[in-house]
Design a protein around this ligand. Structure first.
Ligand code: FMN
Length: 202
C-alpha cells in the first residue's frame, strides 16, 4: 500500500491515541510547541515515552524533532478538554523561528530537571531526556525519552500519599482518526471489568 493509505488505515484503527503536547528548544534558545499523537508510555522502570515523527510537507524534519536532537531534552504535556484549543493552535506548520507558545497565549514556567520550560496551563507535564532515536524508514522517525521529572496538579489526586489519581480530575482527550468529523474523544465514559484470578483446579 502507498504510505498515505497506510497512515489512514492505522490512524483510524489505533484509537484513541494519547497526545503528547511537546515543548522543545533549539540550541539557539528558540522555543517550540506542537502536538504528536504517535505517542505512548512504553516503560516505567526507567520511565520511557515514545514519540513518532513524520516530515513537514516541504520534506523537512519537524522542528520538534530537530530541537530534541540538538538539545537532547523535551517536555511532554498531557492534553485536556480545557487545553485542546491552545494545543490545536500550536499545530500550525509555522517557520522554525516562530514561537507557537506565544501564538497560543500560553504561560511558561522553568523546568526543574531540564532547561526546557513547561506550559503552566497544562495540569501535567513530563520532563524528558533523549534516550534513543530510531529511524525505521526515510520519512518516519521515533524518539524515546526518559521521564526525569513529573509535574501534576495536586488537586488531581484523590489520595496524594498513595499516588491515587481521580480518573475524572484532568479530562484528558484522545486523538481519533481525524478528518471525517471525529477528530478527538473525551475520556470521561469509563467502566470497569474485574480482572479474573487464576485458581488451580484440584
Ligand atoms: C492532534 C494532533 C496530533 C498530531 N500528531 C502528529 C504525530 O504523531 N506525528 C507528526 O509528525 N505530526 C503530528 N501532528 C502534526 C504536527 O503537530 C505539525 O506538523 C506541527 O506543525 C509540527 O510542529 P513543529 O514543526 O513545530 O515540530 C499532529 C497534529 C495534531 C493536531
Amino acid at each position: 500500500m502507498a504510505p498515505g493509505g497506510v497512515y489512514k488505515l492505522l490512524a483510524s484503527l489505533v484509537v484513541p491515541r494519547p497526545i503528547a503536547w511537546v515543548v522543545s528548544r533549539s540550541t539557539k534558545g528558540h522555543l517550540n510547541a506542537a502536538p504528536f499523537s504517535f505517542f505512548n508510555m512504553l516503560a516505567s522502570d526507567p520511565p520511557v515515552v515514545g514519540v513518532g515523527f513524520g516530515m513537514h510537507s516541504t520534506g523537512a524534519d519537524k522542528d520538534t524533532y530537530t530541537n530534541i536532537i540538538e538539545t537532547e531534552e523535551f517536555t511532554v504535556h498531557i492534553v485536556t478538554e480545557e487545553t485542546a484549543e491552545a494545543m490545536n493552535i500550536t499545530a500550525v506548520e509555522a517557520p522554525h523561528h516562530v514561537n507557537e507558545i506565544e501564538l497560543a497565549g500560553l504561560t511558561l514556567a522553568p523546568g526543574v530537571a531540564v532547561k526546557t520550560p513547561r506550559i503552566l496551563e497544562s495540569p501535567a507535564a513530563l520532563e524528558c531526556r533523549l534516550l534513543q532515536t530510531i529511524q525505521p524508514g526515510r520519512t518516519s522517525k521515533i524518539i524515546l525519552g526518559e521521564v526525569v521529572y513529573a509535574h501534576v496538579l495536586t488537586s488531581a489526586f484523590s489520595d496524594l500519599e498513595k499516588l491515587n489519581m481521580d480518573v475524572h480530575a484532568i479530562h484528558q482527550i484522545g486523538r481519533m482518526q481525524g478528518g471525517l468529523g471525529g477528530g478527538y474523544t473525551r475520556t470521561r465514559d469509563t467502566f470497569d471489568i474485574p480482572r479474573p484470578v487464576w485458581k488451580e483446579r484440584s
